[in-house]
Design a protein around this ligand. Structure first.
Ligand SMILES: [Zn+2]
Ligand SMILES: [Zn+2]
Length: 109
């Protein structure tokens, strides 16, 4: 769980986004957490196991539309702790393209 620990304990929000994307876009340690697996599956099922952009049904990933930085604890929210409306199903290529074109907003809470 080394990657995950780094992900939630980073203190510099600017730098952190790159790290999050790196971890989030890959099948890294994060995805082995049962809570993420369950959350991810519920999002995939809600979206009928298809990319919401291109309708493709393979290589699916769940994307966060915002990242929440908790001021009080100086940590990012754990990935499964987001409301469903902030999570969407994307295929790998739409996901990578999205991340290269748009910056995911970081909301300080
Ligand atoms: Zn797609
Ligand atoms: Zn993403």
């Amino acid at each position: 769980m080394g990657i995950y620990r780094r992900y939630i304990s980073l203190k510099d929000p600017q730098k952190t986004e790159e790290q999050i994307i790196k971890v989030h876009g890959s099948y890294g340690a994060l995805l082995f957490d049962r809570r993420w697996k369950d959350k991810r599956l519920s999002i995939l099922e809600r979206d009928n196991k298809r990319c919401v952009i291109c309708d493709f049904n393979e290589n699916l990933q769940v994307h966060h539309r915002q990242y929440h930085y908790i001021e009080m604890s100086k940590k990012f929210k754990v990935p499964w702790d987001y409301p469903d409306k902030l999570l969407i199903t994307l295929c790998n290529s739409c996901h990578q393209r999205g991340h290269s074109q748009y910056k995911v907003p970081i909301i300080h809470i």
